[in-house]
Design a protein. Structure first.
Length: 199
């Protein structure tokens, strides 16, 4: 089943732009920039939206909810209902603290794992959407509150890792959109989850 809607989770506002929680926005913005797409505000859906057209002519909605992370599901559910897009055709790009920085994993089911944006999606959409999970871990120091960690800013060395990995983020997204979920999972999930990040 092909993807018809890609949403990236994040928080609006300049103060959140460089935080770990906004890595999803960073990646989708890079994709839109590469494809020469222009974002427009859609107040009805409390989102920034644009549309990408695949090589075979398939239209895919790209979305950045503006509801703040904890209410992402409200905006996304309204948009999905309007366009009559079933949950399995929705892909969500979000940060994941249990995955090392620089790695990407794709999954379809599971709990929110402490991610308030994913929890909101599960509440408003139900399970079954594709998760394009961008590693931001490990959480250091371990005793740091999770909220403080995800709302923290990447260090210069971590930003360097993200810049070097940017092409991989986009190629993985290309794989998901052009070759399907199974191909993306088989390729991206094989990468070593214990690969040390250079933080």
């Amino acid at each position: 089943m092909s993807i018809s809607l890609v949403a990236a989770l994040g928080n609006p506002g300049r103060e959140y732009a460089d935080t770990r929680h906004n890595l999803g926005w960073l990646v989708l913005d890079a994709f839109a920039r590469r494809e020469n797409l222009a974002w427009r505000h859609a107040p009805r859906f409390e989102s920034m939206v644009t549309e990408w057209r695949s090589a075979d002519g398939r239209g895919v909605h790209l979305v950045k909810p503006l509801t703040y992370m904890n209410e992402s599901g409200r905006a996304l559910a309204a948009l999905a209902r309007y366009h009559k897009i079933p949950v399995p055709r929705i892909a969500v790009i979000h940060d994941e603290f249990t995955i090392n920085l620089g790695l990407v994993k794709v999954s379809v089911t599971g709990s929110a794992g402490g991610h308030n944006g994913v929890a909101s999606l599960l509440q408003h959409l139900g399970d079954g959407f594709v998760r394009y999970r961008l590693g931001i871990g490990p959480k250091e120091p371990q005793q740091m509150d999770l909220k403080d960690f995800v709302l923290g800013i990447f260090t210069p060395s971590q930003k360097s890792i993200i810049e070097r990995t940017s092409a991989c983020y986009l190629s993985g997204l290309d794989l998901l959109l052009n070759s399907g979920i199974d191909k993306a999972m088989n390729t991206l999930n094989r990468r070593d989850t214990n690969e040390p990040e250079q933080a």
